[in-house]
Write a protein that binds this ligand. Structure first.
Ligand SMILES: [Zn+2]
Length: 327
């Protein structure tokens, strides 16, 4: 996944960081404590999250006690992300690193090999969740057919909000481990945020129960299988689980055929990537395009606007309401 040259660079960097840490690590930590009368009270926990949902979950759980950074620069595609030396530095200084799962971020193993930080707590946010396997009927075998070596597993677990609630728990456990003294604050923060996710889930359920259509089609990659399953909807996508494999002309024709056959007037397109494929299908079928944001990452403009996981999902519900003709 990771280029050899990048891997070597990361390895070299980790050695130099390791020696820096031996020389200066202790001193720096000691200084921090001496500099404040009650250093532990004011010191924020450094948290690095790979993808936007985890970033937002961690900000909500950590509250004022955490400084959370998003590893992916805004606008970067997440499945095929290539870590840079600066990312290793961020992790060398962090208390917690949170990622989704090895199918979503296949690059995580490589980046962690380069991190010389034995105190770093690595949190697999999908721990304990069962991942959906591809059935092949909606382009899920696509990656395998093209020989890209992806596992036929759907990694987009956060789009089932009951999973999101459990991911918040897993993240909470991480905070409790690195900062048990403030456990009550983290628990309260997590509970409050989970209540919001639960309300979101109920709003999706009640809205999507009253729609003229049960099927939605995406001209992007297959990211919404969990959402579809949760609310009893049917879902088709032009690509497989990862957006790096281009759909074949045959697969595009199949998506157009599904739209026509089911008399669907709307086609969904995904965030960040140019909706070229979706536009081509829409032009052929006369379908209207609607955005559906899977929230892997956000654009710079969205980051500046202060979008949240909840606000993105509320926008998705409005798109689905229109596309599925819900009451
Ligand atoms: Zn994806």
């Amino acid at each position: 996944m990771i280029r050899k040259s990048t891997a070597i660079l990361l390895l070299l960097l980790s050695f130099s960081l390791l020696s820096c840490q031996r020389d200066g690590g202790q001193g720096e930590r000691g200084q921090k404590d001496e500099g404040r009368t009650r250093g532990a009270e004011t010191e924020k926990r450094e948290v690095v999250a790979s993808l936007f949902p985890l970033y937002d979950f961690a900000r909500n759980v950590g509250g004022e006690r955490a400084h959370v950074t998003l590893l992916l620069p805004p606008g970067t595609e997440s499945h095929s992300f290539e870590p840079k030396p600066a990312d290793i530095i961020a992790l060398t200084r962090a208390d917690i690193f949170i990622y989704t799962n090895k199918f979503m971020e296949p690059w995580v193993d490589d980046i962690l090999k380069g991190v010389a930080n034995k105190d770093l707590l690595v949190v697999n946010a999908s721990s304990g969740l069962s991942l959906m396997e591809g059935s092949g009927e909606d382009g899920h075998d696509h990656d395998r057919e093209h020989g890209h070596g992806h596992d036929p597993v759907d990694p987009h677990v956060w789009l089932d909000f009951s999973n999101a609630i459990r991911m918040v728990n897993t993240i909470l456990e991480g905070f409790l481990q690195v900062d048990p003294a403030h456990g009550d604050i983290y628990r309260k923060n997590a509970e409050e945020y989970q209540a919001k996710l639960k309300a979101l889930d109920e709003k999706f359920r009640s809205t999507l129960a009253g729609c003229g259509q049960k099927m939605f089609v995406s001209g992007g990659h297959s990211a919404f299988g969990y959402l579809a399953r949760r609310y009893g909807l049917e879902y088709r996508a032009a690509y497989g689980f990862s957006p790096d494999a281009e759909p074949t002309p045959g697969e595009l024709a199949e998506v157009a055929r599904i739209l026509k056959k089911n008399r669907l007037h709307y086609l969904f397109y995904e965030e960040l990537l140019t909706p070229r494929v979706a536009e081509a299908i829409a032009a052929e079928t006369g379908a209207t395009l609607l955005k559906l944001h899977a929230a892997h990452n956000v654009s710079r403009e969205e980051m500046e606007r202060g979008v949240t996981f909840l606000s993105l999902m509320e926008e998705n519900l409005e798109s689905l309401r229109t596309g599925l003709q819900c009451r």
